[in-house]
Each structure stands twice: as structure tokens, then as C-alpha cells.
Design a protein around this ligand. Structure first.
Ligand SMILES: NC(=O)c1ccc[n+]([C@@H]2O[C@H](COP(=O)([O-])OP(=O)(O)OC[C@H]3O[C@@H](n4cnc5c(N)ncnc54)[C@H](O)[C@@H]3O)[C@@H](O)[C@H]2O)c1
Length: 324
């Protein structure tokens, strides 16, 4: 029988496309989202949708009573680094305290498997010698967003010890691109690739390049961009591992192990989209690490994850389909 998965944050960018991917794989889904940054258009009418907060114990009990949930994918969260510096309590509330309620209700209903959307922000500013970053590199977040993700990872570990929870935390690097039906749609958008695409489509829009004096080849920061479909497939690998009860580590990096500077992305987008891109160099953003590149050997080896779209031109082209 098909397994039923509760996906929190299923109306968001990654949640919507992961729901679509899991649907194609034959999973049943139930979505919980408060639509604070998500969109109704990302939902699938085939699946029950609960409009509420992950911290709301009553709605959580209703969901687990009305559906036989086998596993949870916990993607709901607040994810703006700058906002987290201005309003840390929001990030500790949503990403940690509310998530803790989810774990408690899961335990109450005997649901013992969860995949968590963590972030490379848990690593803070890694030493040059730690690039590419493996999962054993010291975690030292430099903003409340990264700290709140790390706190939730720690909560997962304690629930594993105390309540036999089996979990996999996926530390995403920079996710980009679209599926056949959905694309990235954050408001405000802070991610480079959709902003580069916007700059290509709108000659009146100037892209901000935050700093060109980093110790990198062209002075701009370097990131590891992963196609959303490969990321969604990493979830399928994690789910199957948990369902089959196979051996695994608790955390895995998800990226390609390859980095591109901001200016390399701008140049790649010019080639792919055949448009000029206006940009302006502005001040560095506080807490922006010079280089974030994942070492992803562990997820490929342990979970048998096989990336298929490791091509920056393809990622940009895919992102441009749904970006205005
Ligand atoms: N996009 C990336 O590159 C990236 C990188 C690393 C980690 N992540 C993590 O992946 C997850 C999804 O990111 P995204 O880019 O799809 O963001 P998103 O904002 O599109 O999705 C987050 C979803 O969570 C919902 N949500 C927020 N707070 C909630 C709450 N209290 N209760 C219920 N629902 C709530 C929002 O309405 C939204 O639909 C987040 O946890 C984010 O931290 C994303």
C-alpha cells in the first residue's frame, strides 16, 4: 500500500515541487501550511490541505487523527537570513519552538520517521580548509536563521535518543530551478538565480551584487546551486531509507560539490537567456560566507542519491520558465 506523508510547508517553493515529485512516485500526501509565505497555487487538489501553523497542537492532533501518517517531511519554516537578524524571536519561534510541538504530537501518535529541511547556514563561515564542506565540519551559525535550524537538528537528536525517532536532516545548499508546472516564487525574493533572471527580463531592474572584494577568483561570493528536482529526489532517497529501516547518518549535505561566483552566474545567465543583465556592486551583506560548496559524497553513497541536473545553464534556463 502507498505510504502517506505529511509535508509541512507544502505550499512553498520547495514544498510544492517536492509534493509534485512524490505524487509522481505514488506517495499519498497531506499538506500543512499557514500560507504565510506559501501560495495556494502550489497545492494539489488531490491531497488534503490543512491551513494552520506547525505549532498548533489542535490542528496537528486533527491531522494525525484523520490520516494514517507514516512519515513527516518538515519543510515549513521562516527562511530569510536578513529578517532573522532583525527579528530573531520569529525564527526561534517558528523554526524551533513550533517544530518541537510537531515532534511532540508525532510522538503522541507513534509516528517515528521524519525528514527535515535544514540548511548550509548551520556551518556559518567555514574555514577555507573545510571547503568542500562535509557533514563533520564544525557547525557555527552566524545568524538566527542558521542557529534555529541547528537547534531543531539538536531537538531531533534528543527525540531519537528518548523516543526512538528515526530522522534524516538534509542540509540544502542553494536551491534553484523549476518543475514542469511550478517555479520559485518568494516574496520578497532574495535568491540570486531568480533575481538574475528578473534582471535579464526587465532592463529597468538592476541586480545587487553584494560585495566584490571577497577572497575568491572574481571577488564575489561562491555558492553551490542545486536543481530543485534533484533536491526533491534526495527526499525520495531519504524517505525510502527511513521506510526500509536502512542504516543512515543523521545529516546529509545536498548540493553538487561545485561552486559558481555571482559574476559567473550573471555571465551564464547572459549566455542562456541571450539578454544583458544590469547590475550594481553594493556593500557586502553581514554574515555572507565567501564560499559555500558541499561535499556530497555521503548522500550519494549512503542514500544512493544520483543527481541528474548538475548543469548551471540548465538550472538557469529552468528557473526562467516561471520567473517574471
Ligand atoms: N530555498 C532554498 O534555497 C533553501 C535552502 C536551505 C534550506 N531551505 C529550507 O527549505 C524549506 C523550504 O524553503 P522554501 O524556499 O520553499 O521557502 P518557502 O517560504 O517557499 O516555503 C516555506 C513554507 O512554510 C510555510 N510556513 C512558514 N511558517 C509556517 C508555520 N509556522 N506553520 C505552517 N507553515 C509555515 C510557508 O507558508 C511556506 O509555504 C525552509 O525550511 C527553508 O529554511 C531552503
Amino acid at each position: 500500500m502507498a505510504h502517506t506523508i505529511l509535508i509541512t510547508g507544502g505550499a512553498g517553493y520547495i514544498g510544492g515541487i517536492t509534493t509534485e515529485t512524490l505524487h509522481k512516485e505514488g506517495f499519498n500526501l497531506v499538506v500543512l501550511d499557514d500560507l504565510s509565505t506559501g501560495h495556494k497555487e502550489n497545492l494539489f487538489k488531490d491531497f488534503p490541505f490543512y491551513n494552520g501553523k506547525i505549532g498548533d497542537v489542535d490542528i496537528l492532533k486533527k491531522i494525525f487523527s484523520e490520516n494514517k501518517i507514516d512519515l513527516v517531511i518538515h519543510m515549513a519554516g521562516a527562511a530569510l537570513v536578513k529578517e532573522s537578524m532583525l527579528n530573531p524571536q520569529k525564527y526561534f519561534d517558528i523554526n524551533f519552538c513550533q517544530g518541537e510541538n510537531l515532534l511532540d504530537v508525532m510522538n503522541l501518535f507513534g509516528v517515528k520517521k521524519i525528514v527535515f529541511s535544514s540548511s548550509c547556514a548551520v556551518y556559518g563561515i567555514p574555514k577555507e580548509s573545510d571547503i568542500p564542506i562535509n557533514e563533520d565540519v564544525q557547525t557555527k551559525p552566524v545568524n538566527p536563521y542558521g542557529e534555529s535550524k541547528l537547534l531543531f537538528e539538536k531537538a531531533l537528536e534528543w527525540h531519537k535518543k528518548s523516543n526512538d525517532l528515526d530522522y534524516i536532516s538534509l542540509r540544502y545548499f542553494n536551491v534553484a530551478g523549476s518543475s514542469d508546472t511550478r517555479g520559485e516564487n518568494h516574496s520578497p525574493e532574495t535568491h540570486l538565480i531568480p533575481l538574475v533572471v528578473k534582471a535579464a527580463k526587465d532592463p529597468g531592474y538592476k541586480l545587487n551584487v553584494f560585495g566584490n572584494d571577497y577572497p575568491t577568483k572574481d571577488g564575489t561570493v561562491i555558492r553551490d546551486y542545486i536543481h530543485i528536482i534533484d533536491l526533491a529526489n534526495a527526499h525520495i532517497c531519504a524517505i525510502n531509507t527511513l521506510i526500509k529501516g536502512e542504516k543512515h547518518q543523521s545529516t546529509y549535505n545536498v548540493g553538487y560539490g561545485q561552486g559558481y561566483s555571482v559574476l559567473e552566474i550573471v555571465n551564464a545567465a547572459k549566455e542562456v537567456l541571450k539578454k544583458e543583465i544590469n547590475y550594481v556592486i553594493s556593500e557586502r551583506r553581514e554574515g555572507d560566507p565567501p564560499v559555500l560548496i558541499a561535499d556530497t559524497r555521503k548522500i550519494q553513497h549512503d542514500l544512493n542519491w544520483k543527481p541528474r541536473y548538475n548543469n548551471i545553464h540548465e538550472i538557469i534556463s529552468s528557473a526562467s520558465r516561471f520567473t517574471n
